[in-house]
Design a protein around this ligand. Sequence first.
Ligand SMILES: Cc1ncc(C[n+]2csc(CCOP(=O)(O)OP(=O)(O)O)c2C)c(N)n1
Ligand SMILES: CC(=O)[C@@H](O)[C@H](O)COP(=O)(O)O
Ligand SMILES: [Mg+2]
Length: 617
Amino acid sequence: MYPLLDTIHSPLELRALPPESLTALAEELREFLLETVSKTGGHLSSNLGTVELTIALHYAFDTPEDRLVWDVGHQTYVHKILTGRREGMARLRMKDGISGFPRRCESEFDTFGVGHSSTSISAALGMAVAAKQQGSNRRTVAIIGDGAMSGGQAFEALNNAGVSDTNLLVILNDNDMSISAPVGALNRYLARMFTGDSFNAVRHAGQKLLKNVPPLYRFASRFEEHVKGMFVPGTLFEELGFNYLGPLDGHDLESLVPTLQNLRKLDGPQFLHIITKKGQGYKLAEDDPVLYHGVSKFDASNGIEGGKSSGKKTYTQIFGDWLCDMAAADERLIGITPAMGEGSGLMRFAEQYPQRYFDVGIAEQHALTFAAGLACDGMKPVVAIYSTFLQRAYDQLIHDIALQNLPVMLAIDRGGLVGADGATHNGAFDLSYLTCIPNMVVMAASDENECRAMLTTAYQHNGPAAVRYPRGSGSGAAVVQALTALPLGRGELRREGKNVAILAFGAMVSPALKAAEEFNATVANMRFVKPLDRELVMDLARRHSLLVTVEENALIGGAGSEVARCLEENGCAVPLLRIGLPDRFIDHGDPALLLADSGLDAAGIARQIKDRLAKAE
Ligand SMILES: Cc1ncc(C[n+]2csc(CCOP(=O)(O)OP(=O)(O)O)c2C)c(N)n1
Ligand SMILES: CC(=O)[C@@H](O)[C@H](O)COP(=O)(O)O
Ligand SMILES: [Mg+2]
């Protein structure tokens, strides 16, 4: 089925192919991608869009000596296939299988680990400077999407790279899409750059120049730059010190390969702007790149079928419904997402309240300070953000929000292990990094109704407040419609038992209740990590001989540490067992298996309690 692909196990074999066969190879790669990703799930549209670019890069550059640095890395499946990991695609993003992102430990061709966006130019510049310091002539290429280019770090890096005198090539893979439709002035600028007849004429002249005059000399591109300047409103990347080329059709191997071969010979910072289509070659994904951005298993011949649902609402939906209800009740509410409108459940709100919906692009830092500004002047900002991406905005949370005690609410989705995306995306640290910030209120939801009540509590609190909830659905309980707040800093007793008291946080309440049956243990749903229900902790400490805290968060500095602090400050010496995520990064895989591996399922919790009780005897 794959006559060309079957002959390629490394870029060396790819480079031995005649250029005329590359288009046929691209066809085979698309077929193969669709066949495998429809069986495993993964990021489909972006990979379909970068087939030709990946072939051309490995064909024109001397990889792995030349360094390819991918931004986000969700578009690197073809890169993996061409660099000896074709077999591995059958276990993509599964436990002990290959990662969905580049990882240095996986292959020498994966020069930099990614998952979060907008880091590629910084990392590539570091590598280019290293090459220069080492007297090496190897080349470094950063490949960044138009969505990722909206992230502030990308511009920090361009600012630095443009004056660096290094052999760095930045390729802007512009498919006019982020996960959602792209937003912002940069996107508008890029769109303007490749519209207009006069510019197209220049573009074609430029392409001819690139194809027919190898090697390309600097004066040629300077000439092109001059001509372009007459037609294109402000070539931003040139102003930043790059030699800008493009836009070029990123699916046209005939121009892409010689262009890259020529660019490889040029010294100094180069910038190539290519235009691609997200989902290219699979009509359904071309028509709906959002739906096919990240897919579960599906039937490739029929496409993703809607309508099949477990009947349970996801926490994301619980949040989305709450947001619309609260927006109806309070016109000061503003909903903010850093480029994750669909994933965070904001789309109904966006439709109903377009004037109050702000997708700020992949710009978590800006999202938080923007919210701080809104809060200063009487609005009620709700920032919907994944736990892992909030890490980006830590200083903004401390310096701009908490220090000024501003009423900004954080709805933190994907708290805990996320599964297939793995270590880069796990929400493993939020309870630790939030709890240590003065003024913060921090809650973890144990079921859907509690999540809704916590959201209301956070919204009504006159200071910074966060609610964290996991990826996926809860118990399937019917959700009440009321917008009722919880009493601040109060937990609840869920089970009265003897000797052992389990203090469970968020999603761990359910397995803790199961584990408790084995010992007739008491179980408290603590609800608040901060302010902690100290009265409840001390009451349980007085009445039990062992306290056990359970949380789906790093053990270090998390909710259990808060309980330990409370006991210590009260001079209480009751034995304490803290259960949480171990001090290591947890890879991709089925979340249930990963939780079990970390001892965070009912059996694991029971086992650890038993071990502790046995030691105490
Ligand atoms: C810091 C950070 N915020 C958000 C995301 C989620 N995310 C992953 S891919 C993506 C869109 C990237 O768009 P682009 O770079 O244009 O690549 P494309 O998907 O179009 O191929 C987003 C928002 C992320 N990975 N990292
Ligand atoms: C690559 C990336 O960062 C996103 O596409 C992410 O994989 C989305 O995760 P969810 O599937 O949890 O929304
Ligand atoms: Mg894009």
